[in-house]
Design a protein. Structure first.
Length: 343
């Protein structure tokens, strides 16, 4: 980039553009990429609202035990006195069993979202604790996926040759792998007490490993393509001419320029992982009961969709809102960092 020209002191500009600086450049030209992206993101109301929803969901999951103490009941506590034993759904009036059943599950100030059929467990508490499982699995799996994909993608793109060929063929193999069938088979047959883990801790670890380890090719392809373009840039050539090692060039020169696409792709990968965990729990090979899980709650709600529709609506809405918020926020980030987007 050429240095800014300096005009003589006596020759001051007559018609200067609004916002122009003394060097003749506008304020917009002096903004960093992060400042430009933040201003674009602030103008995107949908992305900002979605980001706020994402933050609230994360806070609700973190402080779920505190919120349950304030507004609900323990997620594993049964309230059989609220359930009609013959129909297995909540009474319309627990004080008067002859009044019939409540199709909306006894929603009240004591049970904000009603209670589950059969068990009478508080639905509000179970949805909050289910958010902990879904977000924990999604974030950890995304972290594993991004770490593997970034490392292998940047190596393949920079090294080229046989290294690129081997990693690219590995991507093709992993992309063709029947992930859902493999996850069902592995989670269903894994023994207890592996690596000191057991119960749901072991299941969460296995699910995180499966999602993260077998989904890395998606982000690796993005990182590889970006690296192929960056390795030809002047700053990389300058680092080579100064004798910088490949490790320095990869992690000090190229990787910082890949942060933006990695962040954007991560926000779009998280909702996919949430759906994957919910699908496994729905099929009965995810989190073991009585630990709450959105997918398991949907599975248990299927027999009651006619007599107690609320039981399938609320967990479904939790999944829908969470996935939609992450997707819209990810779309907003992608547009904000896209250099082709007009200010």
């Amino acid at each position: 980039m050429s240095a800014p020209s300096h005009a003589p002191e006596a020759a001051e500009p007559v018609d200067s553009e609004p916002g122009a600086t003394a060097s003749g450049r506008s304020d917009a030209d002096n903004r960093s990429l992060r400042q430009i992206a933040w201003q674009r993101l602030r103008r995107d109301k949908v992305a900002m609202v979605s980001g706020l929803v994402v933050v609230l969901l994360i806070l609700a999951a973190i402080f779920a035990p505190f919120l349950v103490k304030l507004f609900g009941h323990p997620p594993t506590q049964f309230h059989q006195d609220l359930i009609d034993p013959s129909r297995r759904v909540p009474y319309l009036d627990p004080e008067n069993p002859d009044a019939g059943i409540d199709r909306w599950g006894g929603i009240s100030s004591d049970h904000l979202l009603g209670v589950e059929p059969t068990t009478g467990r508080d639905l509000f508490s179970r949805i909050l604790h289910g958010a902990q499982i879904s977000l924990l699995v999604a974030f950890l799996a995304t972290l594993v996926c991004v770490a593997l994909g970034t490392l292998l993608g940047i190596i393949a793109g920079y090294m080229g040759g046989w290294v690129d060929t081997v990693i690219s063929r590995a991507m093709d193999i992993f992309l063709a792998f029947p992930l859902m069938l493999f996850a069902i088979a592995l989670v269903g047959v894994i023994p207890e007490g592996v690596l000191g883990l057991s119960g749901n801790g072991l299941r969460i670890g296995v699910i995180v490993f499966i999602i993260g380890f077998f989904n890395w090719p998606y982000i690796a392809r993005i990182v590889r393509g970006q690296t192929l373009a960056l390795r030809e840039r002047e700053f990389v050539e300058a680092a080579k001419s100064l004798g910088a090692s490949n490790r320095h060039i990869l992690f000090k020169e190229i990787l910082p320029n890949l942060v933006t696409p990695i962040i954007v792709y991560s926000t779009l990968l998280i909702p996919t992982n949430i759906l994957f965990e919910a699908a496994l729990s729905f099929l009965g090979v995810g989190i073991n009961p009585p630990t709450p899980s959105w997918g398991k709650m949907l599975s248990e709600a299927v027999p009651f969709y006619q007599t107690a529709p609320y039981f399938i609506i609320f967990p479904g809405l939790a999944i829908f809102i969470t996935v939609l918020a992450f997707n819209l926020f990810g779309d907003g980030l992608r547009d904000a960092f896209d250099p082709r987007t007009s200010d």
